[in-house]
Design a protein around this ligand. Structure first.
Ligand SMILES: C[S@@+](CC[C@H](N)C(=O)[O-])C[C@H]1O[C@@H](n2cnc3c(N)ncnc32)[C@H](O)[C@@H]1O
Length: 161
């Protein structure tokens, strides 16, 4: 492709009025890292940034959202200990047929090896949470899923019920 940036911009502009992103982060400074690139692409107006803990925002969205406002797609890359709680809320606000992606579900490969007591406590706690979460996802009849072995592991879930 001659100029992928121009192609992406064209797609985003053609979706004017359709594409809307809600981004939640407890720390606005992290959003600000990407903001110059978002501005350069001319898509700042498409993104609603909410500085907050994610769970109360998802709770509120789940309570207030109409069916025609439901999301097509969600990407989760925050505190691993809450992935199961995010999953329950996201199943209420992502439409059937929509996708929910969870990052870091291989946790540096550690989920497939015995627990290493030399690793930091936080690391091993997140490892335990992710192992439990992966098992819960595998048994969840409301989704189909695919574990993608790229980066640190990405789980793609498609809501089916
Ligand atoms: C690994 S970073 C996300 C990186 C981002 N996905 C990217 O690719 O650039 C994790 C983010 O989750 C945020 N975070 C951690 N706990 C959170 C919570 N309980 N609610 C909302 N955001 C949280 C952190 O502030 C941090 O910006």
């Amino acid at each position: 492709m001659a100029n992928p940036d121009r192609f992406i911009n064209k797609c985003l502009l053609q979706s004017e009025g359709l594409l809307q992103i809600t981004a939640i982060d407890v720390d606005r400074s992290n959003y600000k890292i990407g903001l110059p690139f978002i501005q350069k692409a001319g898509v700042e107006g498409k993104i609603k940034f909410i500085e907050s803990e994610a769970l109360p925002v998802l709770d509120k969205l789940a309570q207030e959202m109409n069916e025609d406002e439901m999301f097509d797609f969600a990407f989760v890359d925050a505190d691993k200990e809450n992935y199961n709680n995010y999953h329950e809320k996201l199943l209420m606000i992502v439409k059937i047929g929509g996708l929910i992606l969870y990052d870091n579900t291989l946790w540096f490969g550690s989920i497939a090896t015995p627990m290493n007591p030399d690793m930091p406590k936080d690391f091993n706690e997140a490892r335990e949470s992710i192992i439990k979460f992966n098992k819960e996802l595998a048994a969840d009849p409301r989704i189909e899923l695919c574990q993608v072995c790229i980066g640190d592991g990405l789980t793609i879930c498609r809501r089916v019920a």
